[in-house]
Design a protein around this ligand. Structure first.
Ligand SMILES: [Zn+2]
Length: 384
């Protein structure tokens, strides 16, 4: 029997968010404030009306339609101060639901309307994330995105930027944007540059296009993870390959329903993937546009698929295992999280646990060598 879990209980669990777009995860009030400050003409200044225009609802017409909300968010994300603030607030929002490690992604190419240099755009976001780590203790990594519908040369610029900011907060490269008619292989040179410099990469694939898109991302572009992978289920052979190689899928269930990558919770393949043993991570995609959190996504999976607390813990651990972090740092973090999760049980009295997070000073120390008599559990779990 699966105990009913409250959203609060899931919020109390330490978590990751590995697929989260900066330009889809702003606070509504921040958009309004920034627009007033910057003199940007939003389509409306009425809060409820603005939310209605941005929120993708239960379903929207298509992925292209979903992407339209970004015109509004991007209009206030063209200055250094705005980018720094938005990055900080996103990390703070994630921290509030006990996300311990977040990978924030965005395309610097979309923040140059007022003439900002690409490096300035990256530095501004990193400043915001660094401040959140310092003040709140949340760890982060930044992923820079090439855009499928833009030219391969622009993706190459982003790949170069990943190389320039390697070990300075940027942990990976991604290819995002409209999948149909824009195959990943056209951007192969960008992926190659990233791989040649031993940097991680992921790609949105199998969301608006079939499994061939996933095969291309893995075989032609060497993607280490797959964004969404909703349509992987259509090709059993490839599905086995992904499973055998433990290639993580960054699944974002509510977003998939809104973009019609899946038609309903019942037909979404994520429950099957989990059953089959694929390495599944659950993520938000766009916290504002989808009006969600990682806790909410996990809770909805619990509601629809009856995922138990143990299953949710396994998925959380898969999230930490799949992080684009150096091995040693990941092993230490994973040991800490596994020990913490082991203590969390379904409360017998129906009450929820209080959220306990490590102090920022403990996070700063993380990554330091551990002594041989360190009481923390073995990190062998990473090698499984
Ligand atoms: Zn995405």
């Amino acid at each position: 029997m699966v105990h009913e879990l409250s959203l609060q209980l899931i919020e109390s669990l330490p978590k990751t968010d590995l697929h989260c777009h900066l330009d889809g995860s702003l606070r509504l009030d921040t958009i309004l404030e920034l627009a007033r400050e910057q003199g940007v003409a939003l389509p409306t200044f009425d809060r409820a009306e603005l939310f209605r225009m941005i929120y993708a609802g239960d379903v929207c017409e298509s992925l292209e339609d979903y992407l339209k909300a970004f015109d509004i968010t991007l209009s206030v994300m063209q200055t250094e101060a705005a980018l720094e603030r938005i990055a900080y607030e996103l990390a703070e929002d994630a921290w509030k639901e006990n996300v311990r490690y977040i990978e924030v992604r965005y395309s610097p190419l979309l923040h140059q309307e007022l003439g900002l240099r690409l490096t300035t755009v990256v530095e501004a976001v990193l400043r915001g994330l660094r401040a959140a780590k310092r003040e709140l203790g949340i760890r982060y990594g930044l992923i820079l995105c090439g855009i499928r519908s833009m030219t391969p040369e622009t993706s190459l610029r982003i790949a170069e930027l990943c190389v320039a900011f390697k070990n300075r907060g940027v942990v990976g490269f991604d290819l995002a944007g409209a999948e149909v008619n824009n195959p990943a292989k056209l951007h192969r040179q960008a992926f190659q540059l990233v791989i040649d410099n031993n940097i991680n990469c992921t790609a949105h694939a199998g969301e608006a296009f079939g499994p061939d898109s996933i095969a291309q991302a893995i075989h032609k572009c060497s993607a280490h993870r797959i964004g969404h992978g909703t349509r992987l289920v259509e090709n059993g052979d490839l599905l086995n390959y992904v499973n055998d190689h433990r290639i993580p899928l960054e699944v974002c269930p509510s977003s998939n329903l809104q973009t019609k990558a899946a038609t309903s919770w019942e037909t979404h393949p994520v429950d099957f993937y989990v059953d089959y043993g694929l390495r599944i991570t659950i993520n938000t995609d766009n916290r504002l546009i989808t009006d969600t959190t990682v806790s909410k996504e996990l809770w909805l999976c619990h509601k629809h698929y009856g995922w138990s607390l143990d299953t949710i813990k396994e998925i959380i651990i898969a999230g930490f295992k799949s992080a684009f972090l150096p091995y040693r740092e990941k092993a230490d973090l994973l040991a800490e999280i596994t020990a913490e999760l082991a203590k969390i049980k379904v409360p017998a009295n129906g009450k929820t646990r209080e959220v306990v997070r490590p102090a920022p000073s403990e996070v700063q120390r993380a990554g330091a060598p551990t002594s041989p008599d360190d009481p923390r559990p073995s990190t062998d779990i990473l090698r499984q």
